[in-house]
Design a protein around this ligand. Structure first.
Ligand code: ADP
Length: 548
């Protein structure tokens, strides 16, 4: 027997039409660096998305299934692309503008992008790549920037505003298969070639609903979210689509991602929520410590992409801003967990929950797998690799236009679960605590040391701005931790004192012997600690090591 309900495909076009009509008054505000930011309502965005779709189909010949790259900051035009491209049946391919040129070229060629939508300010980045991008037939440019950089290059260049002007503001969106491709995002490829994750309409729809649940971000049309996490970093964690479902106003920083303009945006526009990786919140904290600003409008902040040091949460608690820890990956759309504590607890009782990565929402199933492939209990102690499955979790990687989907053994289990490469424990009530990425764990004499535990403990020291701990080879123990520390301005290094401080929170045998001060922790293209750079610098003898 089947259910008797209607079978309406879950499509991005439905999210778009819902937002433009039911939440037509909600706004997308884009920072311009000038006195007044730029504002556009959801109704206007919806109209312009329809105009963009007409232009892409009628003028540029975009057909269902073609991939279109976006090389853009977070702004209203990028939201229009997010809605128009999937809704018309094409595939939105966000390009990470911080990737090295060779990787960007590889990714665009692999995805076979026919069109690139670019912000004018990013043309210096795009222009030298174009001769290596044979599939790209058109470039559509929006926002300020020098167009002459594209002179003489092969693709036809279009001005975004001219291209969409005067076209119809409604579009007969096709009734697509909800499992068809809507968007794609490549993982940054820390090992091997980047891998493409292809989100379906259905996965985006269901993920957006989960983002909006009170259990997760729980925002409404009374909220404004400051979307710092780039639209090229796992679809800005799903926010541009999720907000169109519930009318949450969006504040978009465009290219103004430095701590000073972010602080100004928050003070002037008073967002109630924000989302970004820990590095952004560390930078902002230093800024507002030097020059106090009122951040208190932000009732909640979603922080993820890398472990959030508890000391950072404490510092923001004092500013009246509550950081809520979330875990996810490109492969998980990304919402995998969020650390809202269970009901009925005091602040003090909530704390141990808040510092975990959080619990799994309905729609994400999890299991822990030990080194021998055995499934481990959720007892808060048994550590293993986290595997997940669900309707917005990748089941394969994109194999290219002519290739088959890829299911590498190290990323997918035989029964189809995603192997996350993250190691941790899960408590009996379903809260995940990650101790490390499998590749960052320090294997010392048969015991595992969590680099994240050491980093969190070090970053709680008042003189320490940032700290990254990596495994380095050791004759006696196999591997030992190397502590690399960034000091706060004016502080001086006293390794012995730092080690004593560390000894208050970690076991003695875990204390690093090797120490070094560095000017800044190297970061990946999405602002995470880039530990492979530190390991290489150590191997190449570039670091000035003090042995204790
Ligand atoms: P990349 O692999 O290029 O960093 P992703 O953005 O997909 O790309 O990164 C996902 C990884 O980031 C996770 O597997 C995990 O290791 C790490 N991560 C994400 N959120 C958290 C978090 N809250 N705490 C610890 N690690 C996290």
């Amino acid at each position: 027997m089947y259910g008797t309900m209607q079978d309406v495909p879950l499509l991005v076009s439905r999210i778009l039409e819902h937002g433009r009509t039911i939440h037509g008054r909600s706004t997308v505000t884009t920072w311009t660096g000038e006195q007044e930011p730029h504002r556009r309502t959801f109704a206007e965005i919806g109209d312009r998305a329809a105009q963009l779709a007409h232009a892409l189909r009628d003028e540029l010949g975009v057909t269902p299934g073609s991939a279109l790259g976006t090389l853009m900051w977070n702004n209203a035009e990028h939201v229009e692309a997010y809605l128009a491209i999937p809704s018309m049946g094409a595939v939105l391919h966000t390009l990470n503008l911080r990737l090295p040129a060779e990787q960007l070229v590889w990714i665009v060629n692999h995805a076979d992008d026919k069109v690139v939508l670019a912000n004018g300010s990013l043309l210096p980045l795009l222009a030298p790549l174009l001769p290596h991008l044979p599939s790209v037939e058109h470039v559509v440019v929006s926002g300020p920037g020098d167009r002459s950089l594209l002179d003489g290059l092969a693709p036809t260049v279009h001005e975004y505003e001219e291209l969409i002007a005067g076209r119809p503001t409604s579009y007969a969106w096709p009734e697509l298969d909800e499992r068809s491709a809507a968007a794609m995002c490549y993982t940054s490829g820390t090992t091997g070639d980047p891998k493409g994750v292809v989100y379906s309409h259905r996965s985006i729809y269901l993920h957006s609903m989960q983002v909006n649940m009170a259990e997760s971000m729980g925002l409404t049309d009374k909220d404004t979210t400051l979307v710092v996490v780039p639209q090229f970093h796992v679809n800005a964690w799903g926010l541009p689509h999720a907000t169109f479902m519930t009318g949450v106003n969006m504040l978009m920083p465009d290219r103004f991602l430095q701590p000073a303009p972010l602080a100004e945006m928050i003070e002037r526009e008073r967002p109630t929520h924000a989302a970004a990786v820990p590095t952004i919140w560390q930078g902002l904290l230093a800024e507002v410590t030097a020059k106090p600003r009122d951040l208190s409008s932000m009732a909640s902040v979603t922080i993820g992409g890398a472990a959030c040091p508890p000391s950072l949460m404490e510092a923001y608690d004092k500013l009246g801003v509550r950081l809520c820890h979330a875990w996810g990956m490109t492969e998980t759309s990304p919402l995998g967990t969020m650390s809202n504590p269970p009901a009925g607890l005091t602040d003090e009782q909530e704390w141990p929950y808040r510092i975990t990565q959080g619990r799994f929402p309905a729609g994400v199933e999890a299991r822990l797998v030990g080194p021998g492939g055995e499934h481990l209990p959720w007892d808060g102690e048994s550590a293993g690799e986290l595997e997940v499955r669900g309707a917005w979790i990748a089941g394969a990687y994109y194999g290219g236009a002519d290739g088959e989907d890829l299911r590498p053994e190290d990323k997918f289990s035989e029964d189809g679960w995603l192997k996350t490469g993250d190691v941790g424990v899960i408590s009996a009530d379903g809260y995940l605590t990650l101790t490390d990425r499998a590749k960052d764990v320090i294997k010392s004499g048969g015991e595992w040391i969590s680099s994240v535990d050491l980093e969190n403990a070090l970053m709680a020291h008042p003189d320490v701005a940032e700290a990254a701990v990596v495994a380095v080879p050791d004759e006696k123990w196999g591997e030992r931790p190397l502590a690399t520390v960034v000091l706060k301005e004016g502080a001086t290094a006293d390794y012995a004192a730092l080690r004593t401080f560390l000894a208050q929170s970690v076991a003695k045998w875990q204390l690093p012997e090797r120490w070094t001060i560095i000017p800044a922790v190297p970061k990946t293209s999405v602002g995470k600690f880039d530990k492979k750079v530190i390991r290489r610098q150590y191997a190449d003898g570039e670091l000035d090591i003090t042995q204790l």
